[in-house]
Design a protein around this ligand. Structure first.
Ligand SMILES: Cc1cc2nc3c(=O)[nH]c(=O)nc-3n(C[C@H](O)[C@H](O)[C@H](O)COP(=O)(O)OP(=O)(O)OC[C@H]3O[C@@H](n4cnc5c(N)ncnc54)[C@H](O)[C@@H]3O)c2cc1C
Length: 495
């Protein structure tokens, strides 16, 4: 078996993470092949920020809050990978995700604690995966081994679930879909003694250029397919031959300046993945030709999605509310009734989210397989897909034109020009430097290309919110109240 843990190295360190990315992966950006993602200006900020947080796992302050000792190897492993079996485990995992997200200001959609729960949720249905039989491997065993391998090496995963956005006019389960599908969507073209050869593309995978592995599967939209060759779930190292990664235009501009304090560091990159005759070894395949196990997971009450998304959203809302408050103070508008009410609305959304997270923790329950499931989050990600835009809107409304009209660091440093800035651009009780940097932080949250990418991410990352709303409605049991309403309207009103 290739996925050995005997030589595993435990919780990731910053140095090891940076080294792990220098492996010959094929990354393309703006027409060029990137020779080393760790030094490329579009990615180096993000790489070093993740490295910094990985090192916290080994610090006196955070070691016990971010890691646990593996019973199998005795090595410290990230709590992101712990198979939760008690309320206490879930609490520890929440704290771990809080640290990741506090440290990164709630800006990382693909922090390393995001994909670990995806893999854990597959481990939780390993029995069902194993029931789909294939002579070359046991899919249930594969996922258990893969989880151990990731946990003991603390690997950073991304995922790629969707078909390329070429022609959405037909559903994947349409039998007449025909050649167009084999032209673009990822599918098996051959089985060999070593594994399957896959060909096609995926749109898209956040952080793929700086990840260790990519988990490839199907989203709810694409899981039901008429052609079984398109049904597959697997994970491969980022340097796998034939996998080509195309980066979008970076939003990490102006590095080194105060101007883009978030964008300069937290541009995760989003990428198209092209698979050109890629070999996927048998022990890395979790589903093939039959999507029944994953469909079962979608319908399950058990929730192993983990804390990361929830903690990220909470941190992001806290940050936006606090920046809006500081801005209202800095330009002397905080006492205005309308402005205070808007700030109050931001605080309300932030507090509602925290209460919902507490409810998710409170409603945790032991699932059939002995793992501890979080309570339901059924409407939460849809809610935030809508609410994120409202938070951005409120921040913009409170900031006025100051969100865009601020001097740059070079303007501030110019002695000839500086007197004008000191005179005409300070705030109420604050100097021009403080005020302009604060406003440019707001700009990075709500107006810059980084801020806009974050907002697009929040809207789409959980899948099409319309699809999710419809699925929520279909599973939303209203029989209790609808029966009472029918009784109410069937009886004459009492006088
Ligand atoms: C910043 C960002 C990061 C992301 N990161 C990841 C990642 O790491 N991994 C990953 O797997 N995915 C990722 N995604 C993809 C995300 O899951 C998809 O964007 C989402 O599922 C929507 O799919 P789409 O973008 O292909 O839009 P489309 O499905 O093409 O939708 C385009 C429009 O058509 C409508 N539409 C499409 N189909 C139908 C239909 N059948 N009926 C009615 N209306 C329809 C949609 O509502 C929408 O208005 C990311 C997306 C973004 C924007």
């Amino acid at each position: 078996m290739a996925l050995k843990v005997e030589t595993a190295r435990g919780a990731m360190t910053g140095t090891r993470y940076i080294e792990s990315l220098r492996d010959g992966r094929e990354v393309w950006l703006d027409g060029d092949k990137v020779p080393d993602v760790t030094t490329h200006p579009a990615m180096t900020g993000m790489v070093h920020e993740l490295a910094r947080i990985y090192d916290l796992q080994h610090s006196e302050q955070y070691r016990d809050e971010m890691t646990f000792v593996s019973p199998e190897t005795g090595k410290r492993c990230s709590l992101s990978w712990l198979l939760p079996r008690s309320h206490e485990d879930l609490k520890r995992q929440r704290r771990n995700s809080e640290i990741w997200n506090e440290e990164s200001w709630g800006q990382l959609g693909r922090s390393p604690d995001i994909l670990a729960p995806h893999i854990i949720s597959l481990v939780a249905i390993s029995d069902a995966l194993g029931q789909v039989k294939h002579p070359k491997c046991d899919f249930g065993e594969n996922i258990i081994n893969y989880h151990r391998y990731c946990m003991e090496n603390d690997l950073f995963l991304t995922h790629a679930l969707g078909d390329p956005q070429v022609d959405r006019s037909q559903q994947p389960q349409n039998e007449t879909r025909g050649d167009g599908e084999t032209e673009v969507a990822l599918h098996v073209i051959e089985e060999t003694a070593d594994g399957v050869i896959v060909h096609g593309a995926k749109q898209l995978a956040t952080a793929a250029p700086i990840s260790n592995e990519t988990y490839v599967s199907l989203s709810a939209t694409f899981m039901r397919r008429s052609d079984p060759r398109f049904i597959l779930a697997f994970s491969i190292p980022t340097d796998t031959p034939g996998m080509k990664i195309l980066c979008r235009e970076p939003v990490s501009q102006w590095p080194g300046s105060y101007g883009h304090p978030l964008g300069a560091v937290y541009d995760e990159q989003d990428s198209m993945l092209f698979f050109d005759h890629v070999l996927v070894p048998w022990d890395r395949i979790f589903m093939l030709y039959d999507s029944a196990p994953l469909l079962q997971r979608l319908g399950s009450e058990a929730n192993f999605r983990g804390w990361s998304n929830l903690c990220r959203i909470h941190q992001r809302m806290k940050l936006m509310t606090a920046v809006a408050t500081l801005i209202a103070e800095a330009i002397g508008v905080i006492e205005y009734r309308e402005v205070s009410a808007k700030l109050g609305e931001m605080a309300m959304h932030t507090e509602m989210w925290r209460h919902a997270m507490d409810g998710v923790e409170h409603n945790a329950f032991p699932a059939d397989n002995g793992f501890m499931s979080l309570g339901s989050t059924s409407g939460m990600n849809i809610y935030f897909a809508q609410m994120s835009a409202r938070m951005v809107e409120l921040l913009r409304e409170i900031s006025g034109s100051g969100m865009i009209m601020q001097p740059s660091e070079a303007d501030l440093a110019n002695p000839e020009f500086r007197p004008y800035l000191d005179r005409y651009m300070p705030g109420r009780g604050v100097g021009v430097e403080y005020k302009s940097r604060l406003f440019r932080l707001a700009h990075d949250l709500a107006a810059s290309s980084f801020g806009m990418r974050q907002e697009i991410y929040e809207y789409w990352h959980g899948g099409d919110p319309n699809r999710n709303r419809i699925n929520l409605l279909r599973n939303y049991d209203q029989t209790d109240i609808t029966e009472r309403i029918k009784t109410l309207i069937a009886e004459p009103l009492r006088s």
